[in-house]
Design a protein around this ligand. Structure first.
Ligand SMILES: [Zn+2]
Length: 130
């Protein structure tokens, strides 16, 4: 059995919780809307594609998701998160590289000028309903 000290948990994510809470609420809203448009009574699970450069803390989002679902047809639903790795092209040397942080230099030429090509996605991919 695992016991989580809620206070510690919240404190750990204090800086990010507002952000994740609004994401979770938007996510649940969208899923509920989608489900209702399809005459569904209950949401069992949903799949979220999340880029690793979004800055979203996965644990915080999962935690907020649970409370965002309360009182909706998504209550008790499972959240599956698919991680999309960060991907960038260096504008200086054209090198394509992946990474999970924005503030890193190009591994080839050490410049900081690059275009982010992927990793900023935050997309509801599917909703599983009854
Ligand atoms: Zn470069």
């Amino acid at each position: 059995m695992e016991i989580i000290d809620l206070n510690n948990f919240l404190q750990r994510f204090k800086l990010n919780t507002m952000h994740e809470m609004s994401i979770a609420m938007n996510l649940v809203d969208l899923a509920v809307q989608t489900a209702k448009q399809n005459d569904a009574q209950k949401i069992n699970s949903m799949v979220l594609e999340m880029g690793s450069l979004t800055g979203v803390v996965r644990e915080a989002l999962e935690f907020c998701f649970e409370s965002a679902c309360k009182g909706t047809i998504a209550e008790g639903a499972k959240l599956e998160i698919i991680n999309i790795p960060g991907n960038a092209v260096c504008e200086h040397c054209g090198h394509r590289f992946s990474g999970d942080q924005v503030a890193v230099p190009c591994p080839k030429c050490n410049e900081y000028v690059f275009n982010i090509q992927g990793g900023r996605e935050l997309k509801l991919k599917s909703v599983n309903v009854d």
